[in-house]
Design a protein around this ligand. Structure first.
Ligand code: DNO
Length: 348
């Protein structure tokens, strides 16, 4: 298992010098952020990232994300063009030694929260989701954007896109996912890359848009579409764990051998559909992080993990969920669990 840290590239105010001083970090997970979604990434820019990580003694093997163009999810005419570009990106990434690509298949919006600065009792703040607030948002008029999103649209584009999705049922979205996977998985295999789909966050439909990667049944279905380990999963405890319907241990069982990347973070659920993010340790939220990591390792997991969204602590401000301090605490905690589990001290 390798612990990686998300870095938003040269524009990130958190530097590799900062990151390499977190003693448990093996590598970086990053992406190219200034190329429009669907276009081919520049080889030299990627190489520059890889080399820079290397100079800082950090591995650079994981991409999060290569975003999937909406036309692919919509099954539009131009989907073919964007799928070909996706393949080109995978080939370039393979050539540069990347071996894991995280992506998602959520229509229009990536992860969604209603509050980017929810006050926790200890004076820190975190990301939170209140279903009622989200239902009251009209995506056509509200300003929706989150620091982690790979793309944002202007109002007209967004309106047009939402109109196009009116005819996309869950079934159609599954069919379009299959078309995409059928084309790209063989290229991923050739390029030595494991594809790791990120679950929908939160794992339920919003604004009338379908969301399909939501829990155990969906993951079974996903794997059966293309039965190859390269068609794999990013196991995100916070995304799956936002719904109390999801049994994380059942998902780990189903996804044995197919989890290539794990996002480990904790959430505290309140009313049905409402939750806030917390510090990583088990005692801070509803997820038993020890039990989850233990189950993952017992299932043979040997992929990448990263601390996920952190709180803002010690007066830090910046990209919501992606400050330095709390993610560094999270990484150290994950390493502590890993060491205890693998040294056998507290294994059941
Ligand atoms: C949020 C992240 C997601 C994730 C994408 C993967 O912080 O977990 O934005 O990167 O959904 O495609």
């Amino acid at each position: 298992m390798k612990i990686v840290f998300r870095w938003y590239g040269f524009d990130d105010k958190i530097t590799l010098e900062n990151i390499r001083q977190i003693p448990v970090i093996d590598g970086i997970v990053t992406a190219i952020y200034n190329t429009p979604v669907g276009e081919v990434w520049n080889f030299d820019s990627l190489k520059k990232l890889v080399d820079f990580c290397g100079k800082n003694n950090l591995d650079c093997k994981v991409i999060e994300s290569v975003p999937v163009h909406e036309d692919i999810k919509l099954g539009a005419e131009s989907a073919k063009y964007y799928i070909e570009n996706y393949k080109k990106n995978l080939r370039i990434l393979g050539e540069l030694g990347f071996n894991c690509v995280c992506y998602n298949f959520m229509p229009v919006f990536d992860w969604l929260r209603s509050d980017l600065k929810f006050n926790l009792p200890d004076g820190s703040n975190a990301l939170a989701y209140r279903h009622e607030d989200v239902l009251n948002l009209d995506p056509n008029v509200s300003d929706l954007s989150l620091p982690g999103w790979d793309s944002s649209y202007n109002k007209e584009e967004l309106h047009l896109l939402l109109e196009k999705y009116k005819s996309i049922t869950e079934e159609k979205l599954w069919a379009n996912l299959y078309t995409f996977l059928k084309e790209i998985i063989p290229v991923a295999i050739e390029s030595g890359i494991n594809m790791a789909i990120h679950p929908d966050d939160p794992p339920w439909g919003l604004f009338g848009l379908p969301r399909i990667i939501t829990g155990a049944r969906a993951i079974k279905k996903l794997f059966s579409l293309i039965d190859h380990p390269a068609n794999g999963l990013t196991f995100c405890t916070g995304s799956f764990g936002a719904s109390k319907e999801n049994d994380l241990f059942e998902i780990i069982k189903i996804a044995k051998g197919r989890i290539h990347f794990a996002h480990l973070r904790n959430v505290k659920r309140s009313r049905e559909f409402d939750f806030c993010e917390t510090a990583h340790p088990s005692k801070c939220g509803d997820i038993d992080m020890y039990a989850v990591l233990n189950a993952l390792l017992k299932s043979g997991f040997d992929g990448y993990v990263r601390p996920d969204h952190g709180r803002m602590i010690w007066g830090e401000s910046g990209r919501g969920g992606y400050g330095l301090y709390d993610r560094a605490l999270g990484a150290s905690y994950i390493y502590g669990l890993y060491e205890a589990i693998t040294k056998g001290g507290c294994n059941d």
